[in-house]
Design a binder for this molecule. Sequence first.
Ligand code: SF4
Ligand code: SF4
Length: 392
Amino acid sequence: MARVVNTSLLQKIKKHGAGRKLDISACFNCGNCTAVCPLAEDSGGFPRRVIRMAQVGMEQDLLASEELWRCYACGECTQTCPRQADPAAFMAAARSYAIARYDFTGLAALANRSVLGNLFVFGLFSAIFSALLLTRMNAGGPDLPLFHFLPGEWIHNIGVVLFSVVGLSAASGIASMVWRFWRKRVREGDALSIAAIPGAVYSALSDALTHRRFGQCDADATTQELAAQPWHQRPWLVHASVMGGFLAMLLATTLDFMFKPIGSVVQPWYLTRILGAVGGLVCLYGLSIVLLRRAQGKEHPYKKSSFADWFFPVLLTATVLTGLFCEVIVYLPSPATLGHDIFFAHVVLAMDLVAMLPLTKFAHVLYRTLALALFAWRNAPAKAAASVGAEA
Ligand code: SF4
Ligand code: SF4
């Protein structure tokens, strides 16, 4: 079957390099990156095959490739590339390009292509949420409890609409990725077993929650700088801290939305309060190491940080810090003006974070998990009777 070639694909992906000099056209397909990548053994030409797709303009294949998301950005390949083509940065830029293409609103393309675009989208969301909160804000003096200053019910209502819109946006991105994957598999005559889907989903979720593959990157580390790191600063633990802490906070917030009376103040030992506080501290631990390493810029993959690399951890850190502050101040008899200001900032930042989930680098939480499921599905033994390939 004929394939459509996009001759400007490489240039478009380079624009998603977020200011980094991305010289992937220097790649002469030697395969060093595949040889050194700790995650390549079960996938043949990964990451070289994805690079090749970009070089020859196979856009649909690239966007349908779950391999894009299986890379954990460890940077090992970049260190051994004889052409200094920086394959790790290319993979990051290609993922950013894919996020923009999966999103139908155009906001992801705007946010991912430039620093100004990223700031514009962030500023736009911040302005919308601030304006919405200001419409119900009570100016009753510094003694006003936080959830009277900003009525809990109003925050709840904005949250419901926000989660619904973001859920729809994320679902459309996921559908776009699955549709491309499906078409490619059918076009290539692969047999996909319907019966293998539950196993693939289970495998992806357990991989995503345990970061098993990330641990594989750590275990197979060939660079001295990585091998010399103490266990509590190894990339696997740092990433798991950020991710696990964030998920704990998200779970605590969701449970509060569902079960806690709106705007009520509960005791410090209330389950979701403990879950949120512990999650926040764990997340903060991981974030502090990430930010420190980016600031030092001494080791891979932190040597060359783009604006997008900084934006997400800084936004998350600001959200967690203001959230932890509010956790304490909510029990004080008088929150004072500073408390009100920080509470306002926290609510806006938390809403920004949720709104930007499907649009920015943050979306890897969704797409990587989905890619792991698609990869496990593709590699599951075909069950001929129920296979799509047999019917096609
Ligand atoms: S190691 Fe460098 S030159 Fe060789 S295939 Fe990978 S990116 Fe291309
Ligand atoms: S950054 Fe790491 S995981 Fe990604 S392709 Fe390179 S070596 Fe493999």
